[in-house]
Design a protein. Sequence first.
Length: 310
Amino acid sequence: MSAAGGTKAVLAALLANAGIAVIKFIAFLITGSSSMLAESVHSVADSGNQGLLLLGGRRSRRQATAEHPFGYGRDRYVYGFLVALVLFSLGGLFALYEGIHKITHPHELDSPLVAVGVLVVAIALETWSFRTAIHESRKVKGDASWPQFIRRAKVPELPVVLLEDLAALVGLTLALAGVGLSVLLDEPIWDGIGTVAIGVLLITVAIILIIETKSLLLGEAASPAAISRIEAALVGEGIDRVIHHRTLHLGPEEVLVAAKVSMAPGSSLSEVAAAINAAEARIRAAEPTARVIYLEPDIYQPELIEGAAR
């Protein structure tokens, strides 16, 4: 469900941003507004970002090979990280440059009503994209707050689109304020100030995304709820205790489970094999994302637990 929801949110954002980019560029050519130019580049960057997310999703579905035996699930994290870098450089830094240039070399806006009209249309389209991302995210968010969802989500597309759309809506509001104040106060410098604010906003969002996707690239454990289900499923039918275990996300919907489990002394080879096979079946039933499982049978010795866990 999360993969399908992520793709739907990305496609909605791609359609919205592609259309917005075209009308923003036309408005910039008519008005000469730096806020409009910054927002145009922002929409182009966002469109490219959604293309990268779709490409990452497609590449992550490749079959495992001898060189990559655990598959390519982390490709989605790689492309999510690239999206954050593009948003930082092409979106944020360009907006900062353009805004500073406009502040130091202000000039009057041409046809400001055109800019206002375009921004209002863009806000409507971005709102549609943002609502789609919220709707799809709620299917997997559970009881977590939105900041917790952004922090803990293992599916990179949804947090990326959510933050991009939120930044776009705030950025459009800043651009609208910059253009409006420039006209009302007859001070074109406000257009540049609005552009700088857009740049700061995009850089802030990009840094958040860089931090979160970097954590996924380094390798995150399964969620606490998933770990609890795995721990509960491990015990039973010949396994009386979990000595220690590790989990690792190989991709958004694929978790590796490695555990050392305690079995009764004197268990035969056939009994050990049967117990491990049954435990693997229980784990997969309790947590479907646990697709790669390695279990090591052992005898519980409390004095060696600390050393065994290292």
